[in-house]
Design a binder for this molecule. Structure first.
Ligand code: OAD
Length: 255
């Protein structure tokens, strides 16, 4: 469990009306049974995610890449949001100015009830035309768990469709990046369940600190960010967020 002083400091600031922003990574979905990228169980058929989540991998073998995404869509469809998603959804309803930036593509924050999630890496449930044909929207939603064919086709030009996610080596959507940058202008910034190694998302913590935010990290393992945050709360997201939420909602909790 994290140090009680850190829990109190965060509860005090959040209760005092601070604007809270949160960056999440794969660790928040671990308790829902979704494997993280860099942790144990993050491998699929002996491929590392970094070998599949690239434009080059898709150009080489679109079916292989799509089989990986189809597997992930099935896994997520069978999963449910956990306590970490639920606490953040409660904060999104309760605190004005709350912002949630996620690197996750699973949609579990939305399913828990958080509106306006800033999805910096796109969504497993979006598709896009590989050739960005003029007739197709930039992305479209496809929520059928089993796609009618693999690899799926663009309904507008008949060419290949690709997952509506951001791959290594690709730029983030400028509007989404601008929204994430705005979220870094806050009073309290929490990085939760992310290895904090993938940029530009990992830079948000330093941006928030530059804006004068109190910064905190929730992760059972230390990351490159742990030494620079104001509070490193060692532990699982679902447990530490539950602890914070009990502090925030218990009248008797003394700060
Ligand atoms: P990673 O797999 O790199 O890191 C997951 C982090 O979650 C690790 O630091 C774990 O220690 C931590 N963790 C594990 N279980 C946890 C729990 N129950 N509670 C809290 N933390 C826990 O995942 P990300 O940081 O999300 O990008 O990865 C960033 C990006 O790299 C992903 O969005 C994806 C990936 O390749 C793209 O696909 C572009």
């Amino acid at each position: 469990m994290p140090p009680e002083d850190s829990v109190r400091a965060l509860v005090e600031r959040i209760r005092a009306g601070a604007r809270v922003s949160v960056l999440t990574g794969a660790g928040v979905s671990a308790a829902s049974g979704i494997p993280t990228f860099r942790g144990p169980g993050g491998l699929w058929r002996d491929f590392r995610p970094e070998e599949l989540a690239t434009p080059e991998a898709f150009a080489r073998d679109p079916l292989l890449v799509w089989e990986w995404y189809a597997w992930r869509r099935r896994l997520v469809a069978a999963a449910a949001p956990n306590r970490a998603h639920d606490v953040l959804a409660a904060w999104s309803r309760r605190y004005r100015g709350f912002a949630l930036v996620t690197q996750n593509v699973d949609g579990l924050h939305e399913r828990a009830g958080t509106a306006g999630v800033i999805r910096v890496h796109g969504s497993l449930w979006d598709l896009a035309c590989r050739d960005r044909c003029a007739a197709a929207p930039a992305r479209w939603r496809e929520e059928a768990i089993e796609l009618p064919e693999l690899p799926p086709r663009c309904p507008h030009c008949g060419g290949l469709a690709r997952p509506g996610v951001v791959w290594f080596g690709e730029a983030l959507d400028p509007e989404v990046l601008a929204a994430a940058d705005s979220a870094a202008d806050c009073d309290v910034f929490l990085a939760i369940g992310t290895s904090a190694v993938v940029y530009p998302a990992a830079a948000l913590l330093a941006q928030a600190a530059a804006h004068g935010a109190l910064t905190a990290e929730i992760n059972p393992e230390e990351t490159p960010a742990s030494a620079s945050v104001d509070h490193y709360l060692s532990g699982r997201a679902e447990e530490v967020l539950d602890r914070l939420e009990r502090g925030l909602t218990t009248a008797a909790f003394r700060v």
